[in-house]
Design a protein around this ligand. Structure first.
Ligand SMILES: Cc1ncc(C[n+]2csc(CCOP(=O)(O)OP(=O)(O)O)c2C)c(N)n1
Ligand SMILES: [Mg+2]
Length: 262
């Protein structure tokens, strides 16, 4: 990091902007805006969500160990991102289509990936370790942000077909500096494409802190192009994430002009 640049945002100011229903010590916090979305969350569902997160952490630890043992060429850990991935993944319908980055092991788990599906790509055995059509997850994307454009293209196809689905794309805080992501959001907004953008802000893009890339806390500064089709998540699962808030709120009216077939 250049000694002449000092990050303007920090982890603490980002945390202060997160909408919460649970305090860091685990106690329930009332939140007039969000409470209605968790009224139907019973013990059994909460236990299932928690179990998924625990299993995911175990899968992730195994992936890290296999990589350190030389069994895998690479493994992208998702330690600490379990809630963001399980919560959003479990909120999807089976017919929706996911466009992930390389770090979405939890989303894969929530959509029924089998043990071998997690590792074949990282062993260099296959480009896509699973059948994308079966899991309805595009192959893991290594090019930062490229998957957001694919998601918007797919969403415009959904719109063209008049189908009742959404495309969902996951990316990191660092990816928000990528031209592809900004282009994707502008297209999504202009065409009102049924796509949800999920930004997992882990505060780092390899060695670069988020403060070097953003003049504002990430939650406070959605791109100007962001429409209601765009959502930003923190690292905790929030019931306010659009698909959790009822399917109707995730649908963007198909009011866009027809896509040119030229
Ligand atoms: C187009 C492109 N540029 C650079 C890289 C190298 N690279 C790999 S991971 C990474 C950081 C991404 O950070 P972020 O988007 O926050 O995702 P995270 O890894 O934190 O989940 C970079 C720059 C890449 N893979 N693709
Ligand atoms: Mg990051």
């Amino acid at each position: 990091m250049s000694p002449h640049i000092s990050p303007i945002t920090d982890t603490q100011s980002d945390l202060e902007l997160i909408e919460r229903i649970i305090a860091p010590d685990g106690t329930r916090m009332p939140n007039p805006q969000l409470d209605r979305y968790v009224e139907d969350l019973d013990f059994s569902l909460l236990r299932d969500l928690h179990r998924d997160m625990v299993v995911l952490r175990r899968i992730d630890a195994e992936g890290v160990a296999l990589q350190r043992q030389g069994q895998l060429g690479l493994w992208a850990p998702c330690n600490g991102q379990e809630a963001a991935q399980i919560g959003t993944g479990r909120a999807l319908e089976a017919r929706d289509f996911v466009f992930p980055s390389y770090r979405e092991t939890g989303v894969m788990y929530s959509r029924g990936a089998q043990p071998g599906d997690y590792v074949r790509m990282w062993r260099g055995e296959e480009g896509a370790a699973y059948d994308p059509a079966e899991l309805r997850i595009a192959p893991l994307q290594i090019i930062i942000g490229a998957q957001t454009l694919h998601a918007v293209g797919y969403a415009m196809g959904i719109q063209h077909d008049g189908a009742d689905e959404v495309a969902v794309t996951y990316f990191g805080d660092g990816a928000t500096s990528q031209g592809d992501v900004n282009e994707a959001m502008i297209f999504a907004s202009s065409y009102r494409a049924p796509v949800v953008f999920v930004c997992q802000n882990n505060h780092w893009a390899i060695s670069e802190p988020v403060g070097l890339q953003s003049q504002f806390p990430s939650r406070a500064a959605p791109p100007a192009s962001a429409s209601r089709a765009c959502a930003s998540t923190a690292m905790t699962w929030s019931p306010a994430w659009p698909p959790c808030a009822g399917r109707s709120t995730t649908r963007v009216p198909a009011r866009a002009p027809p896509i040119s077939r030229r």
